[in-house]
Every structure is written in structure tokens, then in C-alpha cells.
Design a binder for this molecule. Structure first.
Ligand code: WT7
Length: 658
């Protein structure tokens, strides 16, 4: 948390449109106005009883639990901790009797290939791969890194880990080799599961080649299992590299799900924070599974005959909770798409919706904005009449994008569920219930039953005045919350619990509530950016920049961007005199490529400005607030006379400074 965080919390605009729930939405829904009210009351009057009842109703337990919540080691909260279960059995085995031949995954590759896996087939594939992992010596508690394209095998690998108690750590395929290496090393993974390549944006992303660059620097890795997906040529290291099709060839499809404690870690997922190093967010089994199930039901109103499609990659938490686990645990049919939304043209998403009769669709504001830019003709060319719920996640959705989603995609028929949550929260926390909650463009509306969210001031007192900003906090532990940061419990405590002395979980977001109690998330209050909905730490990018031999100092800030939400703007001081002319352009290209190689293409600064030095306080702290104003092109009104070099503001303000 920076000392300047408060200025982030200022409410600037008010949106007053209100969209009541469509009248006939409720028919066939498991949720009703009455039930919703009852859930809210039950959670308020008997918090633990509420969660215990849901956990008993929604999870198939191997050993039933008797303890609901253990707070004795707070903030290491434990839920349902004397129970045992298997998450994979809850996602697959339990559906076989009733839904064995129901499609679980309808996969469409970017080139257009389609593959359908029924629940029975998926279970068999998961069993085979689980046995293959075991044959490679993988035991309960071991870490397996998954670096895959968006293909069914990514989900199969995750489910196979869950089946035998291995802890998966999925690394987004867009991350560079160095990011991959850091995550493998931190997790001490023994196996990497990857593919020769994946199709993305009309090209092949050579995932295996990216792994090859770093596996030698990861002594914990015993084997690299390679799925043949794109057929691109790859290098091969005998004794270490194994083809997926070879390791499953002799394996049995039967693999009994292991009984695991509720608190057994299910996965690690690395995410950016306000310091340089990504954190391994650790989720557990029972509480997390419960959260995915109830939110699939409450927020997506998932029904037996739905075709559900979440466009998120399995490399992000959305692809964990709402691709790999939640939909399967609910026995839903889901679409999985490998590629980019604009291949072969910007109608691809809508074509997929028509082709597979998608009824529940979940995507990110950045995708909505990008597709909106291409006009209404693309969506109008397809039959979108089956859509009934539209979801949004990753960043605040601006009202213009919301209205387009509502009018052009949802044809004013589909409730929009704007879901606020985080990698750390595991599942949706603040979101409307479709058919019940009236929506307002840009607001994630109200906390779900059992979620005690609030906006508090710097003293931790609730902000009661409408539209006044504060810190978005959660006041009670909830089952799907993160349990710790892998290998760093102190950082867990410090990051999420220290600000209000352990009383509340601190999300790092600023928010306000309007007169109806609706939440409006106003963005991060720490040094975290949201670029196309992806979370990036400014410090992470800064430390990569200063590692470049030419760079003496760097400061990274965000500025609003129409398409990506926020754009990365880097201020750089070079060791040599400030580059000008052609040298300047060359340096910019070099530094962008440098960041891309070290973190991934998503972290490349949209803009780099060179300066002779950076504005600092007397104590030597970089004045990011000033830099943010400069990046936005605002005039700096505050007194800069105490700066080391007040003139620097003028230089920074002109990106073309020569
Ligand atoms: C951060 C979490 C949640 C899964 C995908 C991103 C921002 C997320 C919303 C929303 C406003 C949102 C917040 C949050 N955010 N959803 N509906 N409205 N802001 O997960 O990478 O862990 O990022 O994304 O700033 O803290 P994540």
C-alpha cells in the first residue's frame, strides 16, 4: 500500500440507469426471490451453519466433516477440515450415472477443428493421465506445472492432478520463459506438462521451445510431458521429454480418486502484487470447490440444458474456477476455444455462440470493447437467440461497453452479471443474481449471500455516506478464500491482513457504495495495473527494466486506455545521456522487447519516456502520483518546488522531448 493510495479513492462519475431483471427470466431457475432472501438471512443469522449446510448439500464427501470453521490459527483459516473428499470425483465420477453421455467439453480449435468429450470420456482421459503421472513418480502434494494452450488436455491435466492429490500450478501460455522458470523454481515442480505448440492469433505459439530455454535451470524437474497439438517441429531431450500420447498409451483409464483432506492444497496460481515477485496463491480443496459450485448456480443460473462458455484461459483464475472446476462440478456442458477472438475475423466469438448454441457466456470487458470496435454487423450476422446470461470479469466494465453487450449481444433480453472477485477470493464475491438483482451499468451490484463485503475508511470504519470511496474489504473468512502464499505465510499475512490488524481481508481495490448499497469498484489502491483485465505489478516491470544494462532508473505507472482499460507507461533514466532521435526509437523497441522476453508480451509498456531523472520526494521516493498525472497528460497543479529538479516535470510531460 502506498502512502498516496487515497487519491485513487475518489468517486468521479455517477451512472444512474437501472435495469430491472427481465420478467420471464425466473422460469426454470433454481433461484427465486424468496430463496435469495432466505439465503441472505440465513448467512447473517447463522454464518457457519449456512456454509456447513451448503457444503453438505453440494459436495460428495468421502468422510463427512464435523468442524465447519477453525479460526484458531487466523489468518490461516481452515474450513470443513476433518472431512475428506476428492475434487475430481466431484467433477466427474458423480455425473456418470446420470450424465455419462452428456458432453462435458465441446472444444473448438482456432483452425476450426471441433472435438466433443462426454463426461464418461473425460473421466477416462483424466484417469489415464492420472495413472501416467503416477508412473512418473508423482505423489500427493507434489507440484506439477502446466504450460498449455487452451485445449481439453489442459483441463485433463488439472483434473488428473486433483485426482491423485498433486498440486497443479498452471502458467499462462503467454508468459515468457523467464516467468515460467521463476514459477517452476518457486513451486519446486517435478513435472512440466506442455504442448509442442498452440494456435493463437493465426500463429503457432511454440510452448515446448519456451520450456526448453529454462528447464535446465530448474533442477526439480524430472520430466516434461509434451502434448502433440500444433504439429510444429520441436527439439527433443531423450530421457527427459515424453510424449503425452506415449505416457497414456499403456495406462489404465481407471484411477480411483484419492481421499484428501478438505484443506489439502488443490493448486497454486501465481499472480502479481505490489512488490517485484509474483505470489503463489494457494487454494484448497473443499472450500474452493464449494465456492465454484454455488456461484455457478447463483450467478450463472446454470441449468441442465445450458451450453456454457467462459472465454478465459486456464492460465488465469477464471479459467480455473469457471472452466476447469465449477462447470464440471455442476455437470454442465461447456465450450472451450483455443484461439483469439478475431481469427479469422471479429465475428468468431459470435459464430461459436451460434454453432454450439451457447446460452451462458462469460468474458472480459477488454474483449467486449475490442469486438464492439468492429461494429454491430459481426454479431448481427449470427443467431444469438440462445444466449440468456452474459457475464463480465476482470476489471470494471465501462457503461458504453456494458450497453453494447446488453443491446447488441444480449438483445436486451439477457441479464448482465458483472462479477467482482480476485485470484485470492477464488470465486465471485460481489455480483448480481440474474433474474433477481436489478443491474446498473458499471456496478457489480451486491455481495453474494455469505460474503461480508464492505467499504471502509483508513481507520477501518464503514463508509456510510453514499458514493464516498474507501477500501474494499471482506469482514469474515469465506470457504473459497486463499489459504496462504506458497512458501511465504508472512507475506500472506502482511499483504492481506495487516492493514486493519487482522480484522478484515484487504482486497487492494478501492470502491464506493451508492445510495442503494450497490458496489462500484474504482480500481486498485496499490501498485497493481489491470491491462486487458490481466494483473501486472508496476514493481515487477520496473525491476525488469532496471535489470537492463542501459537503464539506471525506471518508474512504471498506468494510464487509462480505451481498449485495454489501463496501459503501461514507463519513465526511464538511462545510464548514458538521454537518447534522442533515431536512438530513442531504437531504445524504446529494445526495452519493450526486453520486458516481453522477461515477463511476457502483455507486460510490454505501451509507452516509454526517457528523462534525465525522476521526480522524487526528499526521502528519495519516486512520486508516482506526479508520474501518473504526467502519463495522463494532465497539468501538474501541485507544488513541485520541493523536488530535486522541478524542471523535470516539463521534460517528462513531453513524450517527444529531444
Ligand atoms: C482484480 C483481480 C477475478 C478474476 C479475474 C481477475 C479487478 C476483477 C472486476 C469487476 C471491477 C474487477 C479488481 C480485482 N476486477 N473483476 N467485475 N469489476 N474490477 O483476477 O487477476 O486476480 O484480478 O481485478 O481490481 O482486485 P485477478
Amino acid at each position: 500500500m502506498t502512502d498516496e493510495s487515497h487519491d485513487a479513492i475518489e468517486s468521479l462519475f455517477t451512472e444512474s440507469r437501472l435495469f430491472p431483471p427481465p420478467k420471464d427470466f425466473g422460469r426454470g431457475s433454481a433461484m427465486s426471490e424468496t430463496l435469495y432472501r432466505e439465503l441472505l438471512v440465513e448467512a447473517r443469522t447463522d454464518y457457519e451453519g449456512f456454509w456447513a449446510r451448503l457444503a453438505r448439500a453440494e459436495i460428495d464427501w468421502i468422510t463427512p466433516f464435523t468442524r465447519t470453521l477453525d479460526e484458531s490459527d487466523a489468518p490461516q483459516y481452515r474450513w470443513f477440515d476433518d472431512g475428506t473428499l476428492n475434487v475430481s470425483a466431484n467433477c466427474l465420477d458423480r455425473h456418470i450415472a446420470q450424465r455419462g453421455d452428456k458432453p462435458a467439453i465441446i472444444f473448438e480449435g482456432e483452425p476450426g477443428d471441433v472435438r466433443v468429450l462426454t463426461y464418461r470420456q473425460l473421466l477416462a482421459e483424466v484417469g489415464r493421465f492420472a495413472n501416467a503421472l503416477r508412473a512418473q513418480g508423482v505423489k500427493s502434494g507434489d507440484r506439477v506445472v502446466i504450460y498449455m494452450p487452451m485445449v481439453p488436455e489442459a483441463v485433463i491435466a488439472m483434473q488428473a492432478c486433483a485426482r491423485i492429490g498433486a498440486i497443479h500450478s498452471v502458467v499462462f501460455g503467454g508468459f515468457s520463459s523467464e516467468s515460467l522458470r521463476d514459477r517452476i523454481v518457486d513451486a519446486q515442480a517435478s513435472i512440466i506438462v506442455t504442448a509442442d505448440g498452440g494456435h493463437r492469433g493465426g500463429r503457432i505459439v511454440g510452448l515446448k521451445a519456451i520450456c526448453d530455454k529454462v528447464v535446465d535451470e530448474c533442477p526439480s524437474v524430472r520430466a516434461v510431458i509434451v502434448l502433440k497439438r500444433a504439429g510444429n517441429p520441436i527439439d527433443w531431450r531423450p530421457g527427459r521429454d515424453l510424449w503425452w500420447h506415449d505416457v497414456v498409451a499403456g495406462a489404465s483409464t481407471e484411477c480411483a480418486p484419492v481421499a484428501l483432506a478438505s484443506e489439502h492444497p488443490l493448486y497454486l496460481l501465481y499472480t502479481s502484487g505490489s512488490t517485484g515477485r509474483p505470489k503463489g496463491i494457494q487454494h484448497t480443496s473443499a472450500g474452493y470447490l464449494l465456492g465454484t459450485i454455488i456461484t455457478m448456480r447463483w450467478v450463472f443460473d446454470i441449468r441442465e440444458d445450458d451450453v456454457y462458455w467462459c472465454t478465459a484461459d486456464v492460465g488465469w483464475v477464471t479459467g480455473h474456477s469457471y472452466v476447469a472446476y465449477g462447470p464440471l462440478a455442476c455437470g454442465a456442458t461447456m465450450v472451450m476455444y483455443e484461439g483469439a477472438p478475431t481469427i479469422p475475423d471479429p465475428g468468431r466469438f459470435w459464430q461459436i455462440c451460434e454453432r454450439h448454441r451457447v446460452s451462458v457466456f462469460y468474458t472480459a470487458p477488454t474483449a467486449i470493447r475490442a469486438l464492439k470496435k468492429h461494429g454491430d454487423d459481426y454479431p448481427r450476422a449470427y443467431d444469438l437467440s440462445r444466449l440468456r446470461v452474459l457475464g463480465s470479469v476482470g476489471e470494471p466494465i465501462n457503461p458504453e461497453a456494458w450497453m453494447w453487450y446488453h443491446q447488441v449481444i444480449g438483445q436486451e433480453r439477457c441479464p448482465i452479471v458483472d462479477t467482482w472477485w480476485q485470484t485470492e477470493t477464488g470465486v465471485h464475491m460481489i455480483a448480481p443474481i440474474p433474474g433477481i438483482t436489478a443491474t446498473k451499468p458499471g456496478s457489480c451490484t451486491l455481495p453474494l449471500p455469505g460474503i461480508d463485503a464492505d467499504v471502509v475508511d483508513s481507520e477501518g470504519l464503514p463508509v456510510t455516506a453514499p458514493d464516498k470511496g474507501g477500501f474494499l474489504v471482506i469482514k469474515r473468512p469465506w470457504p473459497s478464500m486463499l489459504r496462504t502464499i506458497w512458501g511465504d505465510p508472512e507475506r500472506y499475512r502482511e499483504t492481506y491482513w495487516s492493514r486493519f490488524q487482522g480484522r478484515y481481508y484487504v482486497s487492494g481495490d478501492g470502491a464506493r457504495r451508492d445510495a442503494d448499497g450497490y458496489f462500484w469498484v474504482m480500481g486498485r489502491v496499490d501498485d497493481v495495473l489491470k491491462v486487458s483485465g490481466h494483473r501486472l505489478g508496476t514493481m515487477e516491470i520496473e525491476s525488469v527494466l532496471v535489470a537492463h544494462p542501459l537503464v539506471a532508473e525506471a518508474a512504471v505507472v498506468g494510464r487509462p486506455d480505451e481498449l485495454t482499460g489501463e496501459a503501461i507507461c514507463a519513465f526511464v533514466v538511462t545510464r548514458d545521456p538521454r537518447p534522442t532521435g533515431a536512438a530513442r526509437a531504437a531504445r524504446i523497441a529494445e526495452l519493450r522487447a526486453w520486458v516481453g522476453e522477461r515477463i511476457g508480451p502483455i507486460a510490454k509498456p505501451a509507452e516509454i519516456r526517457f528523462a534525465d531523472n525522476l521526480p522524487k520526494t526528499r526521502s528519495g521516493k519516486i512520486m508516482r502520483r506526479l508520474l501518473r498525472a504526467v502519463a495522463r497528460g494532465e497539468t501538474v497543479t501541485e507544488d513541485v518546488s520541493t523536488l530535486e529538479n522541478p524542471d523535470i516535470i516539463r521534460q517528462l510531460g513531453d513524450p517527444e522531448t529531444e
